[in-house]
Design a protein around this ligand. Structure first.
Ligand code: CA
Ligand code: CA
Ligand code: CA
Length: 453
């Protein structure tokens, strides 16, 4: 093992004093060499440690830099928690989520081109050098962008020693069919809001990798995430369509095994919209990766909801053996989960309760999922913040319905009796408010008055 770590990737070869001047925040210097079976530190001269920065790219070049940044992240985590890392640490998915969350997206530019893509060159076969195009969002050339070590480290702050949690990232547990919610509050002008979800998926079966269709799902566990704006608009995660995987056998009479037949127009841009922009269909989510990122440009002021759903959890890795542990990262402090675990379909006698935080000042509309239903002898009760019952619903009475609530919060309770009849349970698809200024328009007031007369 051999490597030099320094965060600034753009340096060519500099003296230590020059590097010191340019590093304003955090940096790590680990110089070591593996000689004759022992790891030895590099010997520094007065002002130089023999740094060499290679002009090459690729995972080999990035691995020592990213590893060094992750080492600093663990160090900072430990500094806040004061717990030994052997007993309290971050999962792999958490460091990965923090790095992806803070990565700086890269978009195509002439200056950034540094190597021809052999697959594209072979497919086009026109004697020209073809570069991998890369657009906004995740792409095939630069992934989620370049690592911003300082930003990643900055997220490891604001630690609560009582709950033993950091405010902007959490390790969460999601079971099959379970939906959980968190909220973040946008209360100052911001041109961007991002949420990142990463999980360490259970290992696959090696024989399954031989399946030819690469668009097939390889995930063992698939989690989905979306965000809901204060006015009830959905924001979906990024998706990126797969590339063709048929190989080119011969080019100009020469066999080139492993070269794939990819043309420039096969490489599309990532996208994060969904057709009607008003549904939570399967196609609105990614089902190929163990990473989901939701980006919002110019977010609305108010309380945003982050919803994580266990689309398909077939293997578990939490202590209780009933959920996938995942890592959730936000730009803003994540408010405590409403202790709401919605389960579809539910089992006999599995009563559960969810409280959704609303607001005193506005009328809120709460919409229920089309599948909402309960079995014989079971019901769904809606209660306001003062404990007043707003309604008791049976069968599929709440399916696709929107209820109007003016209360600080709304509690939904599902009562299930012990018989053989259960339903899907309930799902809240939207919570939104209409600005009071709209409700108080003179036109509305006049109209109401006339109706009253
Ligand atoms: Ca990009
Ligand atoms: Ca997914
Ligand atoms: Ca029942």
């Amino acid at each position: 093992m051999y490597g030099h770590f320094l965060i600034n990737l753009k340096q060519s070869e500099k003296k230590l004093t020059e590097i010191d001047k340019e590093q304003k925040a955090y940096y790590l210097r680990v110089d070591f060499n593996f000689e004759r079976g022992t790891v030895t530190p590099y010997i520094c001269n007065n002002d130089s440690c023999g740094y060499r920065y290679l002009g090459a790219g690729g995972t080999s070049q990035s691995a020592p830099f990213v590893s060094g940044i992750v080492a600093l992240m663990y160090q900072k985590f430990h500094k806040h928690t004061r717990d030994p890392l052997e007993t309290h640490s971050m999962r792999n998915s958490t460091t990965k989520a923090l790095l992806i969350h803070t990565a700086v997206d890269m978009e195509d530019s002439e200056q950034a081109h540094f190597a021809c893509n052999p697959d594209l060159d072979a497919a086009h076969n026109d004697g020209k050098c073809h570069f991998t195009p890369y657009g906004k969002g995740p792409d095939f050339a630069t992934g989620w962008g370049y690592v911003d070590g300082k930003k990643a480290l900055d997220l490891i702050s604001d630690y609560d020693s009582i709950t033993k949690e950091f405010s902007k990232f959490k390790e969460i547990e999601i079971g099959n069919g379970i939906e959980k919610r968190w909220t973040v509050k946008v209360d100052s002008a911001s041109n961007h809001l991002r949420t990142t979800l990463v999980w360490d998926d259970f290992s696959g079966i090696s024989s399954s990798t031989k399946i030819k269709n690469f668009k097939d799902i390889r995930l063992i566990n698939d989690l989905d995430m979306y965000m809901l704006s204060p006015s009830g608009k959905y924001y979906y995660p990024w998706r990126l369509d797969t590339l063709p995987t048929n190989t080119i056998g011969t080019i100009g009479g020469q066999v080139s095994s492993g070269i794939e037949n990819i043309h420039e127009n096969d490489i599309g841009n990532a996208y994060n919209t969904c057709n009607s922009n008003d549904n939570l269909g399967y196609g609105c989510f990614d089902h190929l990766n163990n990473v989901e990122v939701v980006d919002v440009e110019n977010p609305e002021y108010g309380t945003w909801q982050i919803v994580v759903f266990g689309r398909s959890i077939t293997e578990t890795n939490n202590d209780k053996g009933n959920a996938q542990v995942a890592s959730l990262v936000s730009d803003l402090p994540l408010s405590a989960d409403t202790k709401c675990n919605v389960e579809h379909g539910y089992a006999p006698q599995t009563d559960y309760q969810c409280t959704y935080e609303l607001g005193n000042d506005k009328i809120y509309y709460v919409s229920f999922h089309d599948s909402t239903s309960v079995g014989d002898g079971d019901d769904i009760t809606l209660t306001d913040a003062n404990g007043n019952t707003l309604g008791i619903y049976t069968d599929n009475q709440l399916a696709g319905k929107t209820v109007k609530v003016k209360s600080r919060n709304l509690t939904i309770t599902l009562h299930s009796n012990n018989d053989n009849s259960q339903g899907w349970g309930f799902g809240v698809t939207k919570i939104y408010s209409i600005n009071e200024s709209i409700l108080k328009l003179p036109f509305e007031a006049i109209k109401k008055k006339r109706i009253n007369q």
